[in-house]
Design a protein around this ligand. Structure first.
Ligand code: NAP
Length: 250
């Protein structure tokens, strides 16, 4: 099925690598203008340059999504250049794993601010023009850890579960303005975030015991689900958590 996008502009956080890069490239292939955000100018710049070289429309913006003031400033500048950013994909995320008694307050705060508070800040700034336009799509990339919990990931699971609560609340708040808000919950996907697990045969085998489809996912699997939720075709879907996890959380 070809997805329909009517002259849309998207902002994708964490678009420099992995899942965010795949989402940015997939939306761009459907004709969406994509603002690629990442922490380093090199990685979002490379993604945007790749999209433009392939004939798509993209720009890059380096901003630390964990810094609310920086997100406010970047949003203000971006909205001058693109008055209506009608698709927002909150994908940037980090892990700082450890069992609770060994988890420092810094590890807790960094994970909460990067994964969860960033969604609050971006949505607050970018959703207002969507409400005026009476059309918008917001997709938050959560995790199977936010649904099931995971030993050693109290900070990450709490942030990802928080994203699900945020998604459902904002879906209710914005429904009257024709803005849908959904979450995608990846399982184990092959990216820089999971290299150390995927490349360790013993750890990989242990993880795959919990994956009914018995393989790791690809960034393209998450990009396909996200693109659908951003499209016209998903107009009647809101407040949902779409697990793309090989069956882990069923
Ligand atoms: P990744 O390969 O580590 O890439 C993370 C991206 O996020 C990078 O582009 C990075 O920017 C950006 N980023 C991190 N911190 C940032 C910050 N403070 N400000 C701006 N950008 C920041 O991660 P991934 O595996 O693609 O994961 C993407 C999302 O999916 C995350 O939210 C993750 O929690 C979620 N997820 C992943 C998996 C998995 O198995 N991979 C499973 C479940 C959920 P730079 O390029 O500049 O470093």
């Amino acid at each position: 099925m070809n997805l329909t996008f009517k002259n849309r502009t998207a902002l994708v956080t964490g678009a420099g690598r992995g899942i965010g890069k795949a989402i940015a490239e997939t939306l761009a292939r459907s004709g969406v203008m994509v603002i690629c955000v990442s922490k380093s100018a090199e990685s979002c710049g490379a993604t945007a340059a790749g999209i433009v070289a392939a004939g798509g429309k993209a720009s890059a913006c380096a901003v630390d999504v964990a810094d609310g003031a920086a997100v406010a400033k970047a949003s203000e500048e971006l909205l001058k250049a693109y008055p209506l950013i009608d698709i927002l994909v909150n994908n940037a995320g980090i892990t700082r794993d450890g069992l609770l008694f060994r988890m420092g307050e810094g590890d807790w705060n960094d994970v909460i601010s990067t994964n969860l508070s960033s969604c609050f800040h971006w949505t607050k700034h970018l959703a207002r023009p969507m409400t005026r336009a009476r059309w918008g799509r917001i997709v938050n990339i959560t995790s199977v850890s936010g649904i099931l919990g995971n030993a050693g990931q109290a900070n990450y699971s709490a942030a990802k579960a928080g994203m699900i609560g945020l998604t459902k609340s904002l879906a209710r708040e914005f429904a009257g303005r024709n803005i849908t808000v959904n979450a995608v919950a990846p399982g184990f996907i092959k990216t820089d975030m999971t290299t150390e697990f995927v490349n360790n045969p013993e750890v990989a085998a242990k993880i795959l015991e919990a994956v009914p489809l018995k393989r790791f996912g690809e960034s393209a699997d998450i990009a396909a689900a996200t693109a659908f939720l951003c499209s016209e075709e998903a107009a009647y879907v809101t407040g949902q958590v779409f697990a793309v996890d090989g069956g882990m959380a069923m």
